[in-house]
Design a protein around this ligand. Sequence first.
Ligand SMILES: NC(=O)c1ccc[n+]([C@@H]2O[C@H](COP(=O)([O-])OP(=O)(O)OC[C@H]3O[C@@H](n4cnc5c(N)ncnc54)[C@H](O)[C@@H]3O)[C@@H](O)[C@H]2O)c1
Length: 279
Amino acid sequence: MRDLRGKTAFVTGGASGFGFEFAKLFLAEGMSVFLADIEAAPLERAVEALRPFGAVRGAVCDVAQRASVQKAADEAIAAFRAVHLVCNNAGVGGGSGGVEEFSERHWDWVMGVNLMGVVHGIAVFLPHMRAHGQGGWFVNTASMAGLLGQPYGAPYSASKSAVIAVSESLSYELRETKIGVSVLCPGFARTGIARSERNQPPDLAAAAHAALSQAAAERAAMAAQAVATGVEPAEVAARTLQGIKDGDLYIFTHPAMRKMIEKRFERIGAAYDKAEKYV
Ligand SMILES: NC(=O)c1ccc[n+]([C@@H]2O[C@H](COP(=O)([O-])OP(=O)(O)OC[C@H]3O[C@@H](n4cnc5c(N)ncnc54)[C@H](O)[C@@H]3O)[C@@H](O)[C@H]2O)c1
């Protein structure tokens, strides 16, 4: 999607972190921006902070609920007529614990926001983009954690792997259209992600892991430290903007992590070498 001027972006999770930085860059490109976020006060502050730079509106929205995304989309369309770029970016950190330690409710929360939030954004906006016919783009925020399983963080990794899979599937489905998709896979960045429990549904927050296992507690501390010393979210946003303009399916922001991905493929390759001995 080369020409952004005069177009409209809808950004979920736009009150903080990557979403807020996306909005800044999109406004600087001459776009109108609609922010959707579950946190009312930060959302209001974000809209106020961005107002001097262009046309910006916002709505409180829970991306895990299709009806809530639809309502925010209707508001965005009423305000700006057509939406061309949808950043399905809202996400939560997913907590620390062994696969078996997370409650079913906890899994539902993480998958509901991180995976279904992306699915809802696509389901709500794709018919609109097809109808206005002016072309469109989706940016789905996954993570390097979607390409690399991590100990004591399975819900997050599982949700982000699924976002990559949905994005790849969508890219095939959109092949003959003027609509495309990017999947953003960042490593650690200095955002509010390590404080995601602030957005837990109240019943979950009340039942929060009272006693994390030693290993899970160490992982939680490591992740918080990695976020605190990660890259600036503005860097990730700048890379994302370039990926959108270049029409890239995959957007990576942490080149040093390439080796870890190559290791994974080496292991997969070795498993295939073994499989070939049996056919
Ligand atoms: N920061 C990192 O290190 C990192 C790395 C890889 C991927 N990511 C992904 O980047 C995306 C943005 O996160 P961030 O790092 O900017 O964190 P952040 O916490 O600063 O921003 C996330 C935003 O999403 C909002 N949100 C949470 N639940 C929501 C819901 N149910 N409905 C609507 N909005 C909701 C929050 O209120 C917040 O404004 C997430 O999908 C995250 O998983 C972050």
